[in-house]
Write a protein that binds this ligand. Structure first.
Ligand SMILES: NC(=O)c1ccc[n+]([C@@H]2O[C@H](COP(=O)([O-])OP(=O)(O)OC[C@H]3O[C@@H](n4cnc5c(N)ncnc54)[C@H](O)[C@@H]3O)[C@@H](O)[C@H]2O)c1
Length: 294
């Protein structure tokens, strides 16, 4: 069964074996896309790839903090499916790596080793850069590409006791804005998608969030991403999409009126693809040229 402009598109999803990554992989393949499931946890990626079948999925073992491994992963997915159209930088380390009970007592600078700081920066920010370095030359040649980076709320970026996770995501977000401008007019878009709250994945500790039903379902990340992957999504770059409680996703508006009108229109036109409702606003503040966010 054909699924319109997404049919046959090839995506590489990092962190594809994790909670959000698996949900994205299932949603993308259900829409006719083919997915390279890239993760450091290879056995889970392989199990998912086997379940989805070789026509739709390929498990690729890679540590995104290793630039050479990123280049190999991009080549492997393009070689298997003949092309690459979409890069989703979703792999990430969570604060449980610093301390499992990080939600219950504020982590101090003394708790964060230099090695951990470097590892978070190399994975949560560097990984997206290394992957894009490998993918952009392909995207430029075909004058078409989508880069979607998964960051976090503005609150988490600046929250006390959430380093190095928050600062690494802030770096990723700032770089996303800058890359979107560099690539403007090239046919390659760069956007950010955020769950808009703690999501029900292994990254969020059960001890601190026992009521799993109250958390964001990882599947909720798929509609805005699918929208961005499609032809209509080509009009959107340098924007975050964040979930509004109970209202689906909104594309955050820019400060200028023209940007705001465009974001309004996009949010309305995306209603069927899950980008429902009006743009996120209210508690949103200007954060960078591209992000007007939580
Ligand atoms: N869960 C949340 O509440 C939440 C909120 C905001 C943002 N996010 C972001 O969403 C993304 C997905 O997280 P999740 O909630 O699915 O967590 P998760 O822990 O289930 O998934 C993260 C995945 O990234 C992989 N990974 C970690 N380091 C890697 C590396 N060096 N190379 C390759 N893969 C690596 C892990 O093996 C895992 O499969 C992350 O970037 C996370 O920061 C999550």
């Amino acid at each position: 069964m054909a699924h319109g402009d997404l049919d046959g598109k090839v995506a590489l999803i990092t962190g594809g074996a994790g909670g959000i990554g698996q949900a994205l992989t299932r949603a993308f393949t259900a829409r006719g896309m083919r997915v390279g499931i890239c993760d450091i946890v290879h056995d889970t990626a392989q199990t998912l790839a086997r379940e989805l079948g070789p026509e739709r999925a390929l498990a690729v073992a890679a540590d995104v903090s290793d630039p050479a491994a990123c280049a190999r992963a991009v080549d492997a997915v393009a070689a298997r499916f003949g092309d690459l159209h979409v890069l989703v930088n979703n792999a990430g380390l969570g604060m449980s790596l610093v301390r499992r009970d990080h939600m219950d007592g504020k982590i101090q600078i003394e708790d964060v080793s230099i090695e951990l700081w470097q590892r978070f920066l190399a994975t949560n920010a560097g990984g997206a850069f290394f992957m894009a370095k490998a993918a952009v030359p392909r995207f430029r040649r075909q004058r078409w590409g989508r880069i979607i980076n998964v960051t976090t709320s503005f609150f988490t970026m600046l929250r006390g006791g959430f380093a190095p996770y928050g600062p690494a995501k802030a770096a990723l977000e700032a770089w996303s804005a800058s890359l979107a401008k560099e690539l403007a007019g090239s046919g390659i878009t760069v956007n950010v998608v955020v769950p808009g709250g703690p999501a029900n994945t292994p990254m969020v500790p059960v001890e601190s969030f026992p009521d799993r039903g109250a958390l964001v379902r990882p599947e909720r990340m798929a509609p805005p991403m699918l929208y961005l992957c499609g032809e209509a999504g080509g009009a959107v770059t340098g924007r975050p999409a964040l979930r509004r409680r109970g209202l689906g996703f909104g594309v955050a508006r820019r400060g200028r009126r023209s940007g705001r009108r465009r974001a309004d229109r996009l949010a309305r036109s995306g209603a069927e693809s899950g980008l429902a409702g009006r743009p996120a606003e209210g508690r949103l503040k200007r954060y960078s040229a591209a992000r007007v966010s939580a």
